[in-house]
Design a protein around this ligand. Sequence first.
Ligand code: TYM
Length: 503
Amino acid sequence: MDETVKKYLNELKKMGIEYQILEHPQLISVEKVQEYLGYGMADAGATLLMKADEKFVAIIRRGDTKLDNNKVKIFLGVENLGMATEEEFAKITGVPSGAASVYIKGLPTYIDKKVFEKKYINAGSGSLLVTLRYKTSDLKKIPGVKIVDFTEIKSDEKISKTIIGKKRILSGITPSGDGSLHIGNYLGAVRQFIELAKNNECFLFVADIHALTTVQKREELEKNIETLILNELSLLGDLTNITFFRQSDVPMHTELQSILNNVTSLGLIKRAHAYKDKLQKNQTEEDINMGLFNYPILMAADILLYKTDMVPVGRDQKQHIEITRDIADSFNKTFNKKIFKLPEPFIPQEVAVVLGTDGKRKMSKSLGNIISIFDDEAVIKKQVMSTYTDPTRKHATDPGHIEGNMVFTYLDFFGEKKRVEELKGLYKEGKVGDVEVKNFLFETLMKYFAPARARYQELKSNPQQVKKILIEGAEKAREVARATMVEVREAVGLTNQYSFFKY
Ligand code: TYM
């Protein structure tokens, strides 16, 4: 056990705070630590180092709760509130990012009330290898500690699972269909990506080479790419921690794919769903191009090139991440060097598969069961109005069902909680009609996506700005990709003449 932890334990003893030492391997997230220890996120305590105006404060909350920033601001009487930067964190705590202890000497400490609903809480020790199980009632002994009601229980635990340290996050979207995004893409992947981008280093790219497997008309592909770029940038808004780029602007993706081909077995790729599904849909091997067949290997290259820790995607991509892990492991073993990290998928249960407006199948452009984000209001209204509700209900006065009712499923994600609960109550009692709840969903969506829709119009009329983002993004991505390729070339025994090896 390192000295910092020993010193910390001494201080705890002096304060009379009881604890139990739980040792574990260094794991990526608080959730993984809990999983390893056999506890849930409600048993985890997270120390957030926050900057409130110019002051730093430590806020301790449970892993399954979400900080209500407004409550904190009001309580502290400050205007600005945000997480401390990595540098600030390091300077103040002197411990690795993600390892903050519950008591940080000299720092005002606030503990959220819900922590005390638990008798014990597993939280930081100053080391990523040690978690302490604190007796919560003892935490009241921390000098000057205040107990405040700062949080609400998270609606989805996984999004905000507290990630230890800054991680590299990567995701991609293919400009197939017409390149536009629907709420399934948003809930399944983009929303998690945005959440993770608040505290991590993120890469998001337009998988335009992947699109060639199905889009083989130049004008169509160009249009799709343009649409997808505008859609994604409008949703993202703030690009502070995000490198946004086009896959084809970074030729290392295809170079790495070529190398990975050689550590990937035919059997592994034959087991991939995308390929198997096509074969089942009455298509023969003659109809399947090698781009589609090799799709998982290009995707592995996309992910491994950036030494990605986590990939936020919908469940339909899970198998691809598993294949990526197999390929990475196979490469590392074959060349006897740990070049690649094995990435983790990030797939919150409740949005793993967002069902379409038909209430039956995955929301997907090709099935015509989507709700768009950037289409004209009239189009979105029509999509909302045709959403599947409760087929057993003939009149607005009949008691209605909420389960499986897609209007309420979507409202649960986007609507204001209190109002949604009220409507559910009225619906069950037959006091509100389908049209009314659908209108409410439509208004809710318009409101929710209003900032993104406004950004869309702005970016559309400002192609220079978009171009600049893409150029800068590609440069940054190439830099990271180049560094990995130097290692890869070296490991496999290919030439690595830097002067020639320029893209
Ligand atoms: P794509 O373009 O089909 O979908 C983009 C993202 O949206 C998610 N998604 C959904 N999630 C939940 N419910 C739905 N109804 C739904 N529809 C779509 C997808 O799971 C995905 O996360 N192969 C990828 C692109 C890709 C990629 C990568 C992703 C290429 N390289 C590397 C991650 C890392 C694809 O075609 O996604």
